[in-house]
Write a protein that binds this ligand. Structure first.
Ligand code: SF4
Length: 351
């Protein structure tokens, strides 16, 4: 089977080509063709000797996924459904908003966290994606952009628990944040990693001397309610998640965002808002409220507008920094929780 090119680092590619007698600069040429110059076939790498292009073509594949569906919403949101070698599918989304070009990627097939309102976790986790499969989602979305446009932001909020696949994610981010032409040139500050809250992994990330933005999916401010909505919370505990968030802020200087999906009648009451305000008070943190988009087959409902306004007012009244996520590319409106929901729409436009 051909090797997935993007599973290698530029240094590893250099070694692989050295084994074939090619000088080191050839690896950099190949890499920059894919990462910077949008090549999707070795054949188009015209400054490489033909024999090397043929050899590369026999041993490697630039993309290991196939785009099986593509849809573009009225608001410019582009969704791709990618089929992996093993037949599993992953979704990726690109949102265009004024000067921003934001890609949302998945890190796993399925998810093992079991949040009760989420479609992605219904069947549990199937497998981790490789670094190449993560990177490929971004490169593929970037290649959809008109020539000259670049991806400006990355959110790791697609299917899966990002920190459960931390090593592969970090390897992909090294390329995303490396300068062009060997990287995509994104600032670490423009990368948001979403997590349900795995304290050990959050602390590891905090110690890495990176400046990624961390978004913690909280969804409840009391132990008992969170245990109900986010089952993994049983094992880790709300207090440990908050402590690890504080540590992340201390080490990186980056304010943590707490994502809170508002579920009608479940966690959107005045008492819930007050509990959240208590938790956030005296913390340098931001709360992002996400009115739920109902998922077929799940019992949860969208909160009323009054409930959203009341919840927001209580937080603001306690000086908590808060935003309500507006509808933009509805597919990712609920952080990692509802990406899978968009698949049906994507599949309806099968290529
Ligand atoms: S909300 Fe996120 S962490 Fe929870 S099950 Fe869904 S994909 Fe996993």
């Amino acid at each position: 089977m051909k090797r997935r090119l993007l599973d290698l680092s530029p240094i590893e590619l250099e070694r692989a080509l050295a084994e074939r007698g090619a000088p080191g600069y050839r690896a950099r040429q190949v890499w920059s063709w894919v990462i910077d110059r949008r090549a999707e076939r070795f054949e188009s790498m015209t400054d490489l000797p033909r024999a090397l292009r043929e050899e590369l073509n026999e041993s490697f594949e630039i993309f290991s996924t196939e785009i099986v569906a593509r849809s573009v919403d009225d608001d410019g949101t582009t969704k791709l459904l990618l089929a992996c070698r093993d037949g599993e599918t992953i979704e990726t989304v690109l949102m265009a908003e004024e000067h921003r070009r934001t890609v949302c990627v998945s890190t796993q097939v399925g998810c093992g966290m079991g949040c009760v309102f989420c479609a992605s976790g219904l069947k549990g986790v199937v497998r981790n994606l490789t670094r190449g499969e993560i990177l490929e989602q971004i490169v593929r979305e970037r290649n959809q952009l008109p020539e000259g446009e670049r991806v400006s932001h990355l959110v790791v909020m697609g299917m899966g628990e990002s920190l459960a696949n931390l090593d592969e994610l970090l390897a992909a981010l090294e390329v995303v944040c490396a300068p062009a032409p060997l990287g995509l040139g994104l600032s670490q500050r423009r990368v948001t990693i979403s997590t349900v809250g795995l304290p050990d992994k959050m602390r590891k990330l905090a110690e890495l001397d990176r400046r990624y933005h961390l978004a913690v999916s909280l969804h409840a401010a009391t132990e008992s309610l969170r245990d109900r909505l986010v089952p993994i919370s049983h094992k880790v505990g709300l207090g440990a998640v908050i402590e690890a968030s504080d540590r992340y802020f201390e080490r990186t200087g980056r304010q943590v965002t707490f994502e809170y999906v508002l579920l009608g009648g479940v966690n959107d009451r005045a008492d819930d808002a007050r509990a959240l305000a208590d938790l956030m008070s005296r913390r340098s943190a931001h709360v992002n409220l996400i009115p739920y988009n109902p998922v077929a087959g799940l019992e949860f409902e969208r909160p009323s507008e009054d409930a959203v306004n009341r919840f927001t007012a209580i937080l603001r009244g306690r000086s908590v920094s808060v935003t309500v996520r507006k509808t933009k590319g509805r597919v990712i409106d609920a952080a990692c929780g509802q990406l899978r929901r968009g698949t049906a729409a994507v599949e309806s436009t099968l290529l």
